[in-house]
Design a protein around this ligand. Structure first.
Ligand SMILES: NC(=O)c1ccc[n+]([C@@H]2O[C@H](COP(=O)([O-])OP(=O)(O)OC[C@H]3O[C@@H](n4cnc5c(N)ncnc54)[C@H](OP(=O)(O)O)[C@@H]3O)[C@@H](O)[C@H]2O)c1
Length: 264
């Protein structure tokens, strides 16, 4: 184990971390990050995954605990937190990660679709955060909302999603005030992240390479990048960070004139 990993392990030993939607994609990577850092990690999703997040801690495999829950359903969310209190007796970090949207142009998508996307990406994270706050107020802790670059620029094909993620940035500011000083509330807004589902948005390897070339860092983020930022935001090193948004987008998108010059 590298010195860096040993340092992380000390950071989260004895802490309980909930990652909503930690059964695949970015959430899976965040769960592995906190497991590696020594935390007791709970992941939830609507379906039990074939593979639960796992990490080697002191050479011993450690698995996340799966609790089935649909965050769009308030009863299911309440039952998730009841189970956490009964089984673990505490909570230190919530990563409000479950979310996403398929591509649908705003004039073609149904009102029901728009409602469902706003519910998953704005209302549900608020309900989950509220439930978490009741427990976090006892010992203090951190809530990280996973936002998106879509909150800060036009989001064609995912209009409701972009609007919901913009709402998250407002929520974070207000909750950080209402729940201080015991609970810190922050947003982490990724740019483009490569997951097992990336082909649905960007196509094959050639499509991913084309997208990667538009990012100053020269690559899309990977879930481990998001996990590392979460480990910082939930740590004592970030104890003065609240109500803020960490934009993690590899330097942003290239200005269009750069591409235009290349073609000249
Ligand atoms: N991928 C990107 O490029 C990117 C960029 C910026 C921001 N983000 C944000 O990062 C987060 C994760 O995205 P991702 O790409 O990793 O998504 P993903 O691969 O589609 O995974 C979504 C996770 O959320 C769970 N989930 C979905 N609906 C749920 C519900 N109603 N209740 C409980 N769990 C639910 C899924 O499990 P079940 O299906 O079993 O419920 C799964 O574990 C989202 O908030 C997304 O907006 C992603």
């Amino acid at each position: 184990m590298s010195d860096n990993k040993a340092h992380l392990e000390q950071n989260y030993q004895g802490q309980v971390v909930l990652v909503t939607g930690g059964t695949k994609g970015i959430g899976f990577g965040i769960a592995v990050g906190f497991l590696t850092a020594g935390a007791e990690v709970i992941v939830c999703g609507r379906k039990e995954p074939e593979t639960t997040p796992q990490a080697l801690v002191n050479g011993i495999p450690k698995k996340a605990h799966f609790i089935k829950a649909d965050v769009k359903d308030t009863d299911s969310t309440a039952s998730l937190f009841k189970t956490i209190e009964e089984k673990f007796g505490r909570l230190d970090v919530l990563v409000n990660n479950a979310g996403g949207s398929p591509f649908a142009l705003a004039d073609k998508a149904s009102p029901r679709f728009h409602e469902s996307i706003i519910k998953l990406n704005l209302i549900a994270p608020l309900n989950v955060a509220q439930q978490a706050n009741y427990i976090l107020q006892k010992n203090g802790g951190t809530i990280i909302f996973i936002g998106s670059i879509s909150a800060m620029r036009a989001s064609p094909g995912t209009a409701a999603y972009g609007a919901a993620k913009a709402g998250i940035l407002s929520l974070v500011k207000t909750l950080a005030v209402e729940w201080a000083p015991k609970v810190r509330v922050v947003a982490l807004s990724p740019g483009l992240v490569k997951t097992e589902s990336s082909h649905l948005h960007y196509g094959d390897d050639a499509g991913i390479a084309k997208v990667s070339a538009t990012i100053p860092a020269g690559r899309m983020a990977v879930p481990e990048d998001i996990a590392n930022a979460c480990l910082f935001l939930a740590s004592a090193q970030a104890s003065y960070s609240s109500g803020c948004n960490l934009l993690l987008n590899g330097g942003g998108e290239m200005p269009a004139f750069l591409n235009a010059n290349e073609n000249n």
